[in-house]
Design a protein around this ligand. Structure first.
Ligand SMILES: Nc1ncnc2c1ncn2[C@@H]1O[C@H](COP(=O)(O)OP(=O)(O)OP(=O)(O)O)[C@@H](O)[C@H]1O
Length: 275
């Protein structure tokens, strides 16, 4: 789907402002570059620049840019600015650079995280999500590939990214509901979505950080789909009672029995001494 004809190379100056240092990666929407500002407000700063050059990518990123530009939270990736070049049909979106990369790669490179580190990631993302939930949004695509790390002094701060599927509570049509197999709350398969559906996905993410696989893992896609639909997760083994209890609450099949919002989850984490 992506259009490689517009690829920039190292040393190119994009829009007269950003020098390409390297290509970070590619998504369905286009390409992400590591860039340095050469003039203007971002002069000398190292940032991530996404260039969407196909209609699907432009539409997806446009939606993300419109909302993300309004958010300001330490656990949500910050979007600095964006520009649509009508003549080229390209959308340029400038983000803070997340130098650790995404959580999926990080967890796999470490062979799984300790409980302590997994809970730290959870705490960071719960805070970002609480910001969204308090404003009436549902992220609806929480998964390790959509969480990014940034080095701050000797530690890593984790932030929520990818807001292309963001929903406003109560305004969702069944056709709008997507998500990623292995991280979808059971009610979402029935065309229902709540803020607690994000909590379910976050429970799957916590599970992944500990076990390096999602809770419904199976080599057989049909079997995985069935397990995810029914919320039949593989039992978490070798974790403390507190973490098992937390996973059970987050992965409750009945959304009414889960934490209703990220703020409720935050309170629980504090009260149980998990953070
Ligand atoms: N702000 C950022 N800082 C650093 N790296 C980033 C940033 N945003 C995205 N990336 C990296 O760029 C690559 C592609 O970006 P992105 O996450 O948008 O696409 P994807 O998840 O791989 O694919 P898609 O979202 O289309 O399914 C990934 O390797 C991702 O980790």
């Amino acid at each position: 789907m992506e259009d490689l004809s517009h690829q920039f190379k190292e040393g190119d100056i994009i829009l007269g402002y950003y020098e390409v240092l390297s290509v970070i990666g590619r998504g369905d929407f286009g390409i992400v570059y590591r860039v340095r500002g050469v003039r203007g407000r971002y002069r000398g700063k190292i940032l991530a620049l996404k260039v969407a050059s196909n209609p699907y990518g432009v539409e997806y990123l446009w939606k993300e840019a419109q909302t993300l530009i309004l958010f300001n939270h330490p656990n949500i990736i910050s979007l600095q600015s964006y520009l649509y070049k009508k003549d080229r049909g390209e959308l340029y979106v400038l983000y803070e650079l997340m130098d650790v990369g995404d959580l999926k790669e990080y967890v796999l490179s470490k062979g799984g995280l300790s409980e302590k580190e997994a809970l730290k990631v959870l705490w960071n993302i719960t805070n970002g999500l609480a910001f969204l939930h308090s404003r009436g949004y549902i992220h609806s695509d929480i998964k390790p590939e959509n969480v990014f790390g940034k080095k701050v002094l000797k530690s890593i701060v984790w932030k929520l990214g990818d807001f292309g599927l963001l929903k406003i509570r109560g305004s969702v049509s069944v056709l709008d509901i997507k998500g990623t197999l292995g991280y979808i709350a059971p009610e979402v398969f029935r065309g229902e979505i709540h803020r607690s559906s994000d909590i379910y996905s976050l429970g799957c993410l916590l599970y992944f950080t500990l076990f390096q696989r999602d809770p419904f893992h199976s080599e057989d896609r049909k079997e995985k789909l069935k397990r995810n639909k029914e919320g039949l997760y593989l039992p978490p083994e070798g974790v403390s009672d507190k973490v098992r209890g937390l996973l059970e609450r987050m992965l409750e099949r009945d959304y009414k029995k889960r934490f209703r919002t990220a703020a409720e989850l935050k309170d629980y984490l504090v009260v149980e001494g998990l953070v």
